[in-house]
Design a protein around this ligand. Structure first.
Ligand code: R5P
Length: 309
């Protein structure tokens, strides 16, 4: 078993290797003077079971291209099996044609990964679970909720409300509410543009309660900040946020720093920007979860008991 990583999140790759008690494989990403990328793997991989840890986060196109080059490199070097470990799957939000003459980028990226030579994929909290079906190779899809929920297990369930910031995250919120035995509420969110959302109504009761807003992604942070304002208006005493992927792009840090949010718990699928240090952030690691899944894939053991939300 050999584990490699591109430049997207080497710290997570090292933490996974620590869990597996393995050294991180030697891979160098170089750049030609015209900007083209090139990679070189230093270890002998002939006949090996190989894993590439590479979230396709910012800079998305660079990190995706590094991933594709690494897969191609391992395949041509006669690795027995190449598993693309995608802690964060970028381009996932374009998963259908919602108007004429637009691409389905989530499908295109799945095609690129399989065509490059990946034999299987290990993903975590895909933005839409149906993206698993965009791949014609096996996909193991894990959920970070069991890791994120740990910070809240000591909360009094009668004084806690789990909130979905939009209808799309209800299933995720229900999983948290079941684990924490807390009630559930839903915000009615409308997306005005890629950066702007509006949230005027919500279904549920948070008067005098602590709320935990849960989502898969914090991108521009419009969704969670709008939800926080609405929930405070409806009498929430504290607003906490838990999300798997801290994309934190555009105005996210500024919005979060001004929002009435007490704490933000995220995972280490994506490295945090420097500017995020001013936020009340708690980072929990998914290295053990991913490492355990990789160990089981390598040993041909069942991974399904790790699939629980
Ligand atoms: C929406 O479908 C997702 O679950 C997230 O709520 C959304 O992607 C977050 O985006 P933003 O932080 O830009 O509002």
């Amino acid at each position: 078993m050999l584990v490699f990583a591109g430049n997207a999140n080497p710290a997570l790759a090292r933490a996974i290797c620590d869990y597996l008690v393995l050294p991180l494989g030697g891979a160098v990403v170089k750049r030609f003077p015209d900007g083209e990328l090139d990679v070189k793997v230093n270890d002998d991989v002939r006949g090996a079971d190989t894993f590439i840890v590479q979230p396709t986060c910012h800079p998305v196109n660079e990190n995706l291209m590094e991933l594709l080059l690494l897969i191609d490199c391992l395949r041509r070097a006669s690795a027995d099996r190449v598993t693309a470990v995608l802690p964060y799957y970028g381009y996932a939000r374009k998963d259908r044609k919602d108007e004429g003459r637009v691409p389905i980028t989530a499908k295109l990226v799945a095609n690129l990964i399989a065509t490059a030579g990946a034999n299987r994929v290990l993903a975590l909290d895909l933005h839409a679970t149906q993206i698993q079906g965009f791949f014609d190779i096996p996909v193991d899809h894990l959920f970070a909720a069991p890791v994120l929920v740990n910070r809240f297990v000591d909360e009094d369930p009668d004084k806690l409300v789990i909130v979905s910031p939009d209808v799309g995250s209800i299933k995720l919120a229900r999983a948290y509410s079941k684990r924490l035995h807390a009630s559930l509420a839903v915000v009615d969110k409308r997306r005005v543009s890629a950066e702007q959302t509006e949230s005027d109504f919500f279904i549920g009761d948070c008067q005098g309660k602590k709320v935990l807003v849960v989502d898969d992604i914090i991108a521009t942070a419009g969704s969670v900040c709008q939800a926080a304002l609405l929930l405070r208006d409806h009498g929430a005493t504290e607003v906490h946020v838990a999300a798997t992927h801290p994309v934190l792009c555009g105005p996210a840090v500024e919005r979060l720093s001004q929002a009435p949010i007490n704490s933000i718990t995220v995972t280490d699928t994506i490295p945090l920007p420097e500017a995020a240090q001013c936020l009340p952030l708690h980072v929990v690691s998914v290295a053990g979860l991913l490492g355990e899944a990789m160990r089981r894939i390598h040993m041909n053991e069942s991974v399904s008991h790790l699939f629980t939300t």
